[in-house]
Design a protein around this ligand. Structure first.
Ligand code: MN
Ligand code: MN
Length: 457
């Protein structure tokens, strides 16, 4: 055998892709950028996914409805999580092909009593959601999104700051002239969580008395949305970067956006399930919430809402849910870190995923001795390898930093806990969890092709 045959060498997508594939990669990215701009929160990510699914003939699932092969259904869980399925020709006892991604992303949530005035300026108190580097959120234009349930039960949606002409918000930072004490502190300490207060107004109301700036803000919120301060008690409002998804670099091969983690995988598997026709095995696209805070909560991967849906499909066919789960296969579609030449010391070059090398399969995640990891078997890795090479999916392997550098987890272990063979597969990201993350268009496209290969298996 030749050296070429004996050695494993990863290939850059553009090394093998012809002009036609390159054009497909770039065209696919346009839809993704639109999806991102419409999906700045988990609720909006679900809403936009439903809109796209309805266009492709998906209909709301009714429990007990006994769908037939080829039927396209979706189920929204409390507006924040979504399951889409295309019923397969084979009975569910032989298992389903599942891809799971998460719609939530790190952000700043407003507290339940958020609005106050200090120094004749109005602010919102926040509590950060997910793992953020707090200093990245200072002096950054912010947009405000969310849902308020008013006293009478009426729901009001709020979205301010992303459309042209709308006001934005910001958390102020200290000027360099006066930051001597700040700069002496450790990076993990110099922005205390309780200092992430969002500037919300400065113009005093004409009415005499306490809190005149706060009164101006409250009067405006009342005019526009019918709110009183008490309504914040039953509200979910979040500040997110007021930044749209944009091409990066002269060659436009990259995309910068807030929330690639994990909406890039959401979009890839969503497009795959929307485009799969008459699959052999039932194709399931699982878009879950709360991954960034441990997959807890009624809309997270640990909730039984997925089991209830799959159980209902199984009952319609007289099949046991456990039998279906045991024969199912799951791609846990979540992003991984891309090798960053600016910070080479945190990665081990031979095993870290790289931008433009395709969808990254992570056999394991976790920290220290693979703690908290799904750690897929050789058999599962072999199955993905055969599947992807049969469909021309360019893929690579990845790991979350060098051994003992840090670590993290995904929803993979919660799929595996249900008795499903599971492996992590996702898009490599630079500046993960920052307000403006970076991905490569080629990897997004290969993640889509990978999910489609699974659904068409
Ligand atoms: Mn993620
Ligand atoms: Mn994350």
């Amino acid at each position: 055998m030749t050296r070429e045959e004996l050695f494993y060498r990863q290939k850059n997508v553009y090394e093998t892709a012809g002009e036609e594939t390159a054009a497909e990669i770039f065209a696919f990215a346009e839809g993704y950028k639109s999806y991102m701009d419409a999906s700045k929160t988990e609720r909006l990510a679900v809403r936009e996914a439903v809109r796209l699914a309805e266009e492709k003939g998906f209909r709301p699932y009714a429990f007990g409805s006994k769908p037939k092969a080829g039927d396209r259904v979706y189920l929204v869980n409390r507006g924040k999580a979504l399951i889409l399925a295309v019923i397969g020709g084979e009975p569910l006892g032989s298992g389903a092909n599942i891809a799971a991604a998460h719609v939530d992303a790190p952000r700043l949530d407003l507290k339940q009593v958020p609005l106050y005035e200090d120094g004749e300026l109005a602010f919102f108190k926040t509590h950060y959601y997910g793992g953020i580097k707090k200093y990245q959120w200072l002096a950054l234009p912010l947009a405000l999104y969310g849902t308020v349930i008013k006293k009478d039960g009426e729901a009001v949606d709020i979205a301010v700051g992303d459309r042209p002409g709308e006001p934005q918000f910001v958390i102020t930072d200290l000027l360099p002239h006066l930051d001597g004490d700040q700069m002496k502190k450790k990076a993990s300490e110099f922005v205390p969580g309780e200092s992430l207060n969002i500037l919300a107004g400065s113009r005093p109301d004409r009415e005499e008395g306490e809190g005149r700036v706060k009164l101006t803000v409250m009067k405006l919120l009342n005019e526009k949305y019918g709110l009183t301060e008490e309504d914040f008690l039953s509200a979910e409002l979040s500040a997110v970067p007021a930044l749209g998804a944009r091409d990066l670099g002269f060659d436009r091969s990259l995309i910068g956006a807030y929330g690639h983690d994990d909406r890039v995988c959401v979009y890839a598997e969503l497009m795959a399930v929307l485009n799969v026709e008459k699959p052999k095995r039932t194709a399931v696209c699982l878009l879950v919430d709360k991954e960034e805070i441990g997959s807890e909560g009624v809309t997270g991967m640990l909730s039984t809402s997925f089991d209830r849906f799959l159980d209902d499909l199984c009952r319609a066919q007289g099949v046991s849910l456990y039998e279906c789960l045991a024969n199912s296969f799951c791609l846990s579609a979540d992003v991984c870190n891309a090798f960053d030449p600016n910070f080479p010391e945190v990665s081990e070059k031979r095993n870290n995923a790289r931008l433009n090398y395709g969808v990254a399969i992570m056999k394991y995640t976790g920290s220290r001795g693979k703690s908290g990891s799904n750690d897929a078997s050789a058999e599962v890795m072999g199955r993905v390898r055969r599947l992807f090479s049969a469909k021309g999916v360019v893929w690579q392997t990845g790991e979350l930093g060098k051994v003992d550098q840090g670590g993290g987890g995904t929803v993979a272990k919660y799929a595996a806990r249900r008795g499903i063979d599971t492996v992590d597969a996702g898009v490599p990201v630079l500046s993960m969890h920052s307000p403006f993350e970076v991905i490569a268009k080629a990897d997004l496209y290969m993640a889509y092709k990978g999910a489609l290969a699974l659904y068409e298996e």
